[in-house]
Design a protein around this ligand. Structure first.
Ligand code: FAD
Ligand code: DLZ
Ligand code: SF4
Length: 513
């Protein structure tokens, strides 16, 4: 007698060679894909993100069918749709009477807990397969972390270079150096040639999804149009080829730059495809490495890009699974301010924050330095509760899933884990933003003004942040210099900073910043 296996495939598992599909028999297996309201609202996801995932899921269902699988696809507007993964698995078990369920582990702790309950709830054996689209397993990461006082990404990354052989010359790194980050700090200027990501044209399936999302989520944050994301593996690969051809050579130099109105600069805009499963990380790194060997892109660009993927991306995932569920509750700096309304409305006179939020609303995208040094930096300096800023990042970016977003937000950006990810907080005054961008020239505030009525809010807030957190940050060796600078200031100057910080926070409270 043949046995039937039910294989749920989640929205970020859009990979034909998924672990749970491997070795299953397409003739007898039933693949289940489901658009469920619970996943759209556990945080209020951006409308473009929902549309991207639903369209990519529908295209993936067709791709699976073309590969011989039978797919049971539940749309959001199916009148019988129960609205949750567990509810839909239950209904699918009733429809197909499977002998077992086989699923690839999810990207979020919350969903894993639900999956672990399925066997008992449904009375069907459930096998949860490791997600081997990642290069470092949970066990391998735990082993690497064991006994280390500090979990430094740089050492993890070197191990990953050795493991994958990427940019290796025998036992040595190509170019004699592991990391070329020091070369990657050029500010951009408006006259630079600006590549832009490849734009796909919405087909009939995507148009139907855009209508569905518009009807069902009329009041959600985020513009649906223009919609140009790739929604198939083929188009995502074309976007990658386009990035390598047009933007990769400048990726290193301008990695930390920001320009008003320039949404993408030399960034790849590939994270949403990698995280949903439309692109394979190792294949992507190999394609980028080939561009170096072909002489198309310089080593600082190629090494920088590969480090983000096999270094940071794998490392934050390792941290997430090592530290959850307690990690999500961490609040090392006891920050308790509510998220300012302008994170949703962009209604602020701060040009840098306004631009970052506007483009987030338009594109469900902002690049790393905008996330870290503008919206993240402002939340850190003003003391926003980590949970609230975490939920914002998780909701608004098309590439956001908790395994990658949470360590980046709580750890890297908000220092809420007390320094597990970074040895010091990414706190900066307006000077940093001015150096790396052209925002300040079009701003209501004056970046050179430290304490006056029109002072850039980042200036007094920077000192206020250090003083407010002196008890926990004062012993941090990497902050010794700014604390010394504060001590050396004249009492008048200190008082002026304190007054300016109070004024700034008061404006923030009154919604007039
Ligand atoms: P590029 O700049 O072109 O970088 C290339 C690739 O490297 C990315 O596609 C991504 O896969 C990877 N990468 C780069 N930096 C990181 C990083 N720090 N951690 C993990 N992968 C990285 N990234 C997400 O994928 N999802 C998130 O939800 C997310 N949330 C973030 C929240 C905050 C507060 C911060 C500071 C960073 C966050 N990042 C997140 C990391 C990074 O900002 C994004 O990966 C990047 O901006 C995506 O755009 P891109 O594809 O153009 O990346
Ligand atoms: C993010 C998301 C959204 C908005 N909607 C769905 C959905 O309807 N169906 C689905 O299978 N997945 C969705 N996702 C992605 C899931 O939230 C993601 O698979 C889990 O968070 C685990 O990483
Ligand atoms: Fe941002 Fe300050 Fe510059 Fe305005 S002056 S853009 S608030 S850094």
């Amino acid at each position: 007698m043949t046995s039937t296996v039910l294989i749920p495939v989640l929205g970020d598992q859009l990979t034909l060679d998924l672990a749970s599909l491997r070795d299953a028999d397409p003739a007898t297996a039933r693949v289940l894909m489901m658009e469920v309201v619970e996943e759209t609202e556990y945080v209020a996801h951006h409308r473009k993100k929902i549309a991207f995932l639903f369209s990519a899921m529908r295209h993936h269902a067709s791709a699976l069918e073309s590969a011989g699988w039978t797919v049971d696809y539940v749309t959001l507007d199916d009148p019988d749709n129960s609205g949750s993964f567990t509810g839909e698995i239950k209904r699918a078990v009733a429809r197909h009477s499977p002998d077992s369920i086989r699923v690839t582990e999810p990207g979020e702790w919350r969903v894993l807990q639900a999956m672990k309950g399925w066997e008992k709830q449904l009375g069907v054996p459930v096998e949860i397969c490791p997600d081997d689209r990642f290069l470092c397993s949970h066990d391998a990461f735990a082993k690497w972390a064991e006994g280390r006082k500090q979990l430094r990404m740089e050492y993890f990354y070197r191990d990953m270079r050795r493991k994958t052989g990427l940019l290796m010359d025998g036992d040595d790194p190509v170019g004699g150096q592991w990391n070329f980050d020091a070369d990657n700090r050029m500010p951009a200027t408006g006259d630079l040639f600006m590549p832009s990501p490849r734009q796909s044209t919405p087909d009939e399936t995507t148009r139907a999804v855009l209508d569905l999302v518009d009807r069902n989520f009329p009041d959600r944050f985020g513009d649906l149009e223009p919609f140009w994301f790739a929604v198939t593996q083929k188009d995502a690969k074309a976007a990658r080829t386009h990035f390598i051809k047009t933007a990769l050579p400048g990726f290193g130099d301008y990695q930390d730059a920001m320009l008003a109105g320039e949404r993408f600069l030399y960034h790849s805009v590939l994270a949403l495809y990698l995280n949903a499963g439309l692109l394979d990380p190792l294949e992507t790194c190999r394609a980028v490495e080939a561009a170096y060997h072909d002489g198309h892109a310089p080593l600082n660009a190629v090494e920088g890009f590969i480090r983000q993927i096999i270094g940071w991306r794998e490392y934050v995932r390792g941290i997430y699974w090592l530290k959850m569920p307690d990690y999500a509750q961490e609040n090392f700096l006891s920050a308790d301010r509510d998220l300012p309304e302008f994170y949703w409305t962009a209604d602020t006179k701060m040009a840098c924050v306004r631009d970052a939020v506007e483009q987030t609303r338009e594109q469900a995208y902002a690049h790393h330095i905008q996330r870290l040094m503008v919206t993240g930096n402002f939340a850190l300096l003003s003391g926003v509760e980590p949970r609230q800023i975490h939920e914002w990042y998780l909701a608004v970016y098309a590439d956001a899933y908790e395994w990658v977003e949470l360590p980046n937000t709580l750890g890297m950006s908000q220092f809420a884990d007390g320094g597990l990810l970074g040895s010091k907080p990414y706190a900066a005054s307006g000077n940093y933003i001015n150096k790396m961008s052209d925002y300040c020239s079009g701003c209501h505030y004056d970046v050179k003004d430290k304490t006056g009525e029109n002072a850039c809010p980042f200036n007094p807030l920077y000192w206020d942040f250090l003083l407010r957190n002196k008890e926990v940050l004062g012993k941090n060796a990497r902050l010794a210099q700014p604390y010394r600078t504060w001590e050396r200031m004249k009492p008048d100057t200190q008082a002026a900073y304190r007054t300016a910080a109070r004024r700034t926070l008061d404006r923030l409270d009154r919604g007039t910043l």
